[in-house]
Design a protein around this ligand. Sequence first.
Ligand code: SF4
Ligand code: SF4
Length: 122
Amino acid sequence: MSTQYNCQKCPGYCCSYPLIPLEKRDVERLARHYDMSFDDAREAFTKEAHGRKYAMRRKKDDIYGRICRFFDTDKRSCTVYEARPGVCRSFPGEGRCGYYDFLKFERRAQDDEEFVALTNHG
Ligand code: SF4
Ligand code: SF4
């Protein structure tokens, strides 16, 4: 199946999910990447939340309210792409991204290719 979304044309909606769950190996990868100890990386990048031991820390974002701490809010892209967690590698899977479909629809409807569709994470 061909990929029907283009992350370059999206302001990074999936990076604004309230829970970005990391596994231990994701924290280990980030620690290696930044040459930090596991505990320092865990403290700097994650917190216990939503019933998860390692939930990604977030920061303020003008578009979505809050977004992943590794997101560059000016360039609208990931600053840690090579060392990003597994969940970011597998999202949204082959084929389609629901948000991108929504974004394309709204941009067509508004006749504005730059339009940013806002939705509620619920
Ligand atoms: S929401 Fe979809 S199109 Fe946007 S960055 Fe994430 S995967 Fe890419
Ligand atoms: S690590 Fe990168 S791809 Fe994953 S949520 Fe954060 S900014 Fe997005």
